[in-house]
Design a protein around this ligand. Structure first.
Ligand SMILES: [Zn+2]
Length: 152
């Protein structure tokens, strides 16, 4: 018997959900540097696809993903740039609060965590990069249609 994830559309078995698979692959990342080099991509990819951020957090995470993939931003640079937003008490909005971008729920994702191979580090990194790029592409349409007045 199999189930389809309501958020990403991935098919998982009774014994393993998306969250389980995410935990397995995150553990691999933390235990192995060859996997950890894509950590800055795997976490936002999972969170964006499962709509786990607030609306503003979602948009910020997507923008960061874009900078990582297309502008060669490094995780260190991102931390420095976003320190004022992410780290200090000036943050007025919560990354994980309840106001979500509901449009995300309707996206038909072209690639999910279930397509990511994770037995070999090289394949894992390749697939995570592909996953991140696919998320950026799959979300282009809804970002164009967002009512920014409601968000800012
Ligand atoms: Zn899922």
């Amino acid at each position: 018997m199999y189930f389809r994830c309501k958020q990403c559309g991935g098919i998982f078995s009774l014994n393993e959900t998306c969250k389980d698979r995410f935990n397995i692959t995150q553990t691999k990342e933390f235990e192995n540097n060859e996997y950890f080099i894509v950590h800055h991509l795997s976490v936002p990819s999972y969170m964006l696809q499962h709509n786990n951020y607030s609306t503003k957090g979602w948009l910020l995470a997507r923008e960061l993903l874009f900078q990582f993939i297309y502008n060669n931003l490094t995780p260190d640079q991102a931390r420095k740039q976003n320190r004022h937003i992410l780290d200090n008490g000036n943050r007025k909005w919560n990354l994980n609060n309840t106001q979500k971008l509901t449009e995300v729920e309707r996206i038909k994702w072209s690639f999910t965590l279930w397509n990511v191979r994770y037995n070999v580090a090289e394949e894992y990194c390749e697939d995570i990069k592909h996953w991140a790029r696919s998320i950026f592409e799959d979300t282009k349409e809804i970002v164009k249609r967002i009512n920014w007045i409601k968000i800012v």
